[in-house]
Design a protein around this ligand. Structure first.
Ligand SMILES: C[S@@+](CC[C@H](N)C(=O)[O-])C[C@H]1O[C@@H](n2cnc3c(N)ncnc32)[C@H](O)[C@@H]1O
Length: 282
């Protein structure tokens, strides 16, 4: 197995960080060593110098290499408490506020293989009264082209759909021999795109952003930059869901905290009412 010298560790760490925000430290150094080892084999190169030259001169190779260092773990209804608060407090508040306009835009930033945006779509179809009368947009993006291909295809082995309530699975998925494919009613709500959170987005006036278990891989200054851009991308009363172990606690931010006994999330407090408390027994 490859063992990096300090200067090599530093230059590959810096290259990855400036290309993607993903930050390697001594704690996950072995992951980087493993991925570099894989890249040397894949491109049949016999030195890290040659690999570094290839990565810094060929954008497609760099994109592919960055993809290989991403962590893509996800699942349907990951962190269920967040989907409870979405369904019981956030969507009802948005329905009241935007019931006349009937347009709703959600961004799943760092969507990996698609389970997160498909879960969001399931929640919308479950909660919105007459969802067909709404103009619904779920933008789902990731820096990993590999995961986006899986997401777009929308096929999941049976072991991966166990967290989907059986009634929703039966209604919105197609049961194939060795798994389930997302049905057209869900698929048409979502647009999957390559997007690097290091770069500006042209999305605007989002109602909700999910960016869960993504910024945890960034260093603090990058996290702050990304969170600031989420603030600008949200509409006047937009919500931000972060991962279970991510928070804005030590960050300078204009986001307000919304907390109940199950979960926390953030919102942009510009004019509209705060979300109603969750019902005990929905
Ligand atoms: C652990 S997965 C989280 C998936 C999903 N949000 C969830 O919580 O289940 C993290 C995802 O963030 C993506 N990612 C990492 N850095 C990114 C960046 N700079 N821009 C966009 N996506 C990024 C990775 O490719 C990966 O698919």
């Amino acid at each position: 197995m490859l063992s990096l010298t300090e200067p090599d560790f530093d230059r590959f760490r810096d290259l990855i960080r400036s290309a993607s925000g993903i930050h390697f430290t001594r704690y996950n150094r072995s992951v980087l060593e493993n991925r570099l080892d894989g890249a040397l084999r894949k491109y049949a190169l016999d030195s890290l110098d040659l690999l570094y030259r290839k990565l810094t001169s060929d954008k497609a190779t760099l994109t592919e290499f960055i993809d290989s260092v991403t962590t893509n773990l996800t699942r349907f209804f990951r962190n269920e408490a967040q989907f409870e608060v979405l369904e019981q407090a956030i969507l009802p508040e948005i329905i009241r506020r935007k019931g006349a306009q009937k347009r709703l835009s959600i961004w799943s930033a760092g969507c990996s293989t698609g389970e997160e945006p498909y879960t969001i779509a399931l929640s919308l179809l479950k909660i919105l009264p007459d969802p067909r009368s709404w103009d619904l947009h779920i933008h789902a993006s990731d820096i990993s082209l590999r995961t986006l291909m899986v997401a777009k295809q929308g096929f999941y082995e049976t072991s991966r759909v166990t967290h989907i309530p059986p009634d929703l699975l039966a209604r919105y998925f197609i049961n194939l021999q060795d798994g389930y494919e997302v049905g057209p009613e869900l698929k048409k709500l979502i647009r999957f795109d390559y997007h690097n959170l290091q770069h500006a987005t042209n999305l605007r006036e989002m109602d909700i952003i999910f960016c869960r278990n993504v910024i945890i891989y960034f260093e603090e200054s990058t996290q702050e930059k990304v969170v600031q851009s989420f603030y600008d991308t949200l509409g006047p009363k937009g919500y931000l869901f972060l991962g279970h172990s991510e928070s804005l606690f030590s960050m300078k931010t204009r986001f307000q905290l919304y907390k109940n006994d199950k979960t926390t999330l953030y919102y942009k407090d510009e004019g509209a009412p705060t979300p109603a408390p969750m019902r005990e027994n929905p």
